[in-house]
Design a protein around this ligand. Structure first.
Ligand code: 4NP
Length: 155
């Protein structure tokens, strides 16, 4: 099974969500069954590694980020689940989907989180360090919910 996480720039939220999801899959023993990748809808940072502010916040919570920014492509829509960070993301990615069945695979990353205090992973790019730390926390809480969802589906 393939999961794709998508944000705007692919340098803050989706690399963090990708790492948090991989961590949760390892914890659940599902890392050999599920692959995770990330992409963005905006091209401002193509080829760049994750934002240093995001890397620092993740490292402070013992989460290691990797990858380089890339745009979502038509082939990405073959993924089984496409998880996006906020309402604008949801609209943008659904607009790129080739058909209704594919559009149905595009869901909010936080949709599976228990007792969530919000539905979005807020964009930290223009804010302070607390926003980046919040992304790490929300990425991990969301990842636990996503893995539970996969387990319930029998993955
Ligand atoms: P991300 O954050 O979508 O979480 O990677 C952003 C990165 C870059 C920009 C906006 C958000 N930008 O405007 O360049």
């Amino acid at each position: 099974m393939r999961i794709l996480v998508v944000c705007l720039g692919n340098i803050c939220r989706s690399p963090t969500a990708e790492a948090a999801l991989r961590e949760a899959l390892v914890d659940a023993g599902l890392d050999d069954r599920v692959t995770v990748d990330s992409a963005g809808t905006g091209d401002w940072h193509l080829g760049e590694p994750p934002d240093p502010r995001m890397v620092d916040a993740a490292a402070a919570a013992r989460l290691t980020l990797g990858g380089r920014s890339r745009l979502i492509t038509p082939a990405d829509f073959d993924a089984d689940l496409i998880l996006v960070m906020d309402a604008a993301n949801l609209r943008d990615v659904r607009a790129l989907a080739p058909d209704d069945a594919t559009r149905a695979k595009v869901r909010l990353y936080r949709e599976f989180e228990d007792d969530a205090d919000g539905t979005e992973v807020p964009d930290p790019y223009y804010g302070g360090s607390e926003g980046f730390a919040h992304v790490v926390d929300v990425a991990r809480a969301g990842a636990r919910g996503i893995v539970r969802h996969l387990q319930r589906m029998g993955v």
